[in-house]
Design a protein around this ligand. Structure first.
Ligand code: GLN
Length: 508
């Protein structure tokens, strides 16, 4: 759309085809109002409820936020994201919408406060469209584990991948990725404990970044594994992610003791640098047996593209990659079993309607409130932390976690960023792995190492594989190197158009 065009000549298709930076620009120039934009995306949400994306919407809340944005836009006091609509993974607590974390345990729960990430985005002017489906308590890789029926459905259902609706979108931030891919919003929030931003971004052909652990406040994020949980944005491009991440990050010393005391950066201002001389480390453990040929081919082609852009490929080794699976699936459940002890039927959330005594109330409440995957993790977590097993499992896992982090530091002596696949395959079919938890865990192999080390990682669209499904390229940076990662992704997106492609089903 050219700058002088007015709303009258802006067809609805064009409105949701604009990316976040374009939409923010149109809002600032007031060629379209925040109310019109919000109204368009609310209507579009309704038309696509079959994807299972939304757990909550409230038109009056959204339109009131849009009106307030329009007033600030008129007064010229708008923030960087003024009037831009987005939605939050239902792991972030919000006072204006219910929060469930995809669990029966929290059905009907309304938080008295907003998560820091939510309030920071609101301060920048973002308008909230609602809350997005996810695997229960963010545990999963397929978004088949939500216990809440999304809007438009009578029962809990798996979220669908808009590129091929027989397939999963990835998880646990599956709906956040679907919402962006299907053009239901220009951006969304997600959380990543072991890959939950990067893997669904990869499976749905969108761009997502998990910052360094501690960059974004965890205050108001329903806790899964506190030493791993991080929030991040999902959008169509690295440029849009940079805008969002700048708004989301920053210290929160009074509310999250693990938030880093490092001021928020303007990531957008750091996107111009050419890649001449950049050393891209390619871990040999991220290739070969176990990686599907279609994924391998797309990643190889992306690396060739980087060489054309002036980068140099360096072979590196992350020798403990395989161990990241047992290590993560000990540490994450251990922390989850502790975090989830707060759901006891007393303080908030579900309480069994009938019980004999206190013990019975706890037992029944938790038996009714938690789904199978959550119960599985609580049992594993309680086991590895228990007297007699702690040394053999939990302590051992912590030691290997440290070694994994050291391996990355060795690797970063040889390279500036690390590149490889996000996942060994493209998105699998709905139901294909739902009876096999270990098969789901194994698919996390390439996202877990950066999570355990607390490093920033991102996924960007790099091609297509089997069944026309997207393939994501993973970039991992050293601590606090988000600006570099975003620039490396941005340069690729200036040279390729994978991130601009859209699924057939998204056509209104
Ligand atoms: N798939 C991983 C798990 O189930 C990661 C989830 C996440 O990052 N929230 O634990």
């Amino acid at each position: 759309m050219s700058p002088g065009q007015t709303m009258a000549s802006l067809s609805p298709t064009e409105l949701h085809d604009l990316d976040l930076a374009q939409l923010a620009g149109q809002l600032r120039q007031r060629t379209v109002s925040a109310r019109e934009v919000a109204g368009h995306f609310l209507a579009r949400a309704k038309a696509h409820d079959s994807l299972g994306v939304y757990l909550a919407r409230d038109e009056s809340v959204t339109l009131a936020q849009a009106d307030a944005a329009d007033r600030r836009l008129a007064a010229g006091t708008g923030g960087a994201l003024e009037g831009v609509p987005l939605a939050h993974k239902d792991i972030f607590v919000t006072k204006d919408f219910p929060t469930t974390a995809g669990s029966r345990m929290l059905r009907g729960y309304r938080s008295p406060f907003d998560a820091t990430v939510v309030s920071r985005l609101a301060q920048a002017g973002a308008v909230t469209l609602g809350k997005l489906n996810c695997d229960e308590f963010a545990m999963g890789s397929s978004n088949e584990n939500s216990a809440i029926a999304p809007i438009g459905q009578a029962q809990p259902v798996p979220v669908r991948n808009p590129w091929n609706t027989d397939h999963i979108p990835g998880g646990s931030s599956g709906a956040s990725a679907v919402a962006v891919a299907a053009r239901l919003m220009p951006a969304s929030t997600g959380t990543d404990t072991g890959g939950s931003i990067r893997q669904p971004a990869s499976f749905c052909g969108v761009t997502g970044i998990k910052p360094t652990y501690g960059r974004a406040s965890r205050y108001g994020m329903v806790a899964f594994a506190s030493s791993l949980d991080q929030a991040g944005p999902m959008a169509r491009s690295a440029q849009d992610c940079a805008l969002l991440l700048s708004a989301m990050c920053g210290p929160d010393p009074d509310r999250d003791s693990t938030s880093l005391d490092i001021p928020a950066e303007d990531f957008s201002a750091q996107l111009g640098r050419p890649l001449q001389g950049l050393r891209i480390g390619v871990p040999r453990e991220f290739f070969g047996e176990g990686v599907a040929p279609d994924v391998q081919a797309a990643i190889e082609a992306a690396l060739v593209e980087y060489e054309k852009l002036g980068a140099r490929r360096v072979d590196i080794s992350l020798p403990r990659t395989e161990l990241s699976i047992p290590v993560y699936y000990i540490i994450a459940p251990a922390e989850a079993s502790s975090n989830l002890s707060r759901f006891d039927g007393v303080k908030f959330g579900h309480r069994a309607p009938e019980y004999k005594d206190l013990q019975d109330m706890y037992r029944k409440t938790r038996a009714q409130g938690f789904g199978d995957e959550v119960k599985r993790r609580i049992m594993i977590g309680a086991y590895v932390l228990s007297h007699g097993y702690y040394d053999a499992y939990y302590l051992q896992a912590q030691k290997i976690r440290r070694m994994l982090a050291d391996d990355f530091q060795q690797a970063f002596k040889l390279c500036d960023v690390i590149a490889g696949p996000v996942a060994p395959t493209v998105a699998w079919k709905i139901g294909e792995k739902s009876d096999d938890p270990v098969a789901n865990y194994l698919a996390d192999i390439f996202t877990l190492p950066a999570s355990l080390a607390g490093l920033p990682g991102m996924s960007l669209p790099a091609g297509f594989g089997a069944h026309g499904l997207p393939v994501g390229l993973q970039l991992i940076g050293n601590y606090l190197q988000e600006a570099r990662l975003l620039n490396v992704a941005h340069q690729f997106q200036l040279a390729t158009d994978f991130h601009t492609r859209k699924p057939q089903g998204s056509r209104a």
